[in-house]
Ligand binder design. Structure first.
Ligand code: TRP
Length: 316
């Protein structure tokens, strides 16, 4: 039996890339009988490393939960909880920050990327992996599902666990399951909100249409470009390789036609999810109850871990 955890940063409504890259793999992996005590953490403190998310932080957490439920994650089988509902996580973060050298944090890929692209780097961006280690280790999770870009953070969590275990054996060493399913965005690079290249499955039909029409393609159709074609790749990922021939035929009728077909395909495929999303997002009281209940359910393990750590640091 394995304890499973995944975390989603609350920076807005999950898009097609998030649904295919995190939500579906979560459903798939937890179908396995050996996986139990499934935890889904909404990282609503990590989101704040960019202050522009303060304003919609609450709504964004609701959005993630509503999309997860709409896509078929069962709230009876999963514990959904928000990072901010468990102050013990930030307490653990402090203990961890005492034993991890800051120079190592400066070498982390995600940090270097921030240095390259941002003017202002707050301390939270530097210590991001430490908070993530606290998220993970406090639950004693054994399997942690993350995107490939997060694997380095998981390595840091394991290092911290080992260091503390040398003082006192407290932590389980989490195993990472890294997903490298790259979902291309409308410009052909990895789909991401910051790049404004997303397909938002839960937006209005017109917005979805506009996003699809924006997908970059070659100027003129040619079969030899097809495999490199971004529109084609998105279509195949969604419809599956078994429909390759049918899709290729659609493309032979021109890119515009293929885009219209992809639009209808998406609206059809996610019809129920779109209805359910609308249902849940209107019921924030229900969503709030799920979060509160989740925090309550996980409190026992969280309390037990933090008291062991307080003891180890003679802060009990
Ligand atoms: N940093 C992760 C991301 O951006 C989200 C996250 C926060 C997470 N805490 C976590 C993922 C704990 C797994 C476990 O994708």
């Amino acid at each position: 039996m394995y304890k499973f955890l995944t975390g989603i940063k609350s920076t807005g409504r999950p898009h097609l890339g998030n649904v295919l890259g995190v939500i579906y793999p979560t459903i798939f992996l937890t179908k396995n009988e050996k996986v139990k005590n499934n935890l889904i953490l909404i990282a609503n403190l990590h989101s704040l490393t960019n202050l522009k998310y303060i304003k919609r932080n609450k709504t964004n957490a609701y959005n993630i939960l509503a999309v997860c439920l709409a896509c078929g994650i069962d709230s009876q089988k999963f514990i959904f909880y928000r990072q901010s509902d468990l102050p013990e996580v930030t307490e653990l973060f402090w203990f961890f920050s005492l034993i991890f050298p800051y120079k190592r944090l400066k070498l982390v890929h995600s940090f270097k990327e921030n240095v390259r692209t941002k003017h202002i780097i707050n301390t939270g961006i530097l210590t991001y992996p430490i908070l993530m280690a606290a998220d993970i280790l406090i639950t004693k999770a054994e399997l942690v599902l993350v995107g490939k870009d997060q694997l380095q953070h998981l390595e840091i969590a394991r290092k911290i666990a080992k260091k503390i275990n040398n003082i006192k054996k407290i932590f389980t060493l989490p195993k990472a399951i890294g997903i490298d399913k790259l979902i291309p965005g409308t410009d052909g690079t990895k789909m991401s909100k910051t790049k404004k290249n997303i397909i938002d499955l839960f937006a209005s039909k017109q917005e979805i249409k506009n996003q699809i029409m924006k997908i970059n393609t070659h100027k003129k159709f040619s079969t030899k470009d097809l495999l490199k074609d971004n529109l084609y790749q998105i279509y195949i990922i969604l419809a599956g390789k078994k429909n390759k021939e049918k899709i290729t035929k659609t493309f032979k009728m021109g890119y515009q036609h293929a885009k219209e077909e992809l639009y209808s395909f998406i609206i059809n495929k996610f019809k129920i999810e779109r209805i359910l999303y609308k249902y849940y997002i209107k019921r924030t009281n229900k969503l709030e109850t799920i979060f509160k209940q989740g925090a309550k359910n996980i409190k026992k393990i969280v309390n037990s871990t933090i008291s062991e750590v307080r003891k180890a640091f003679e802060c009990n």
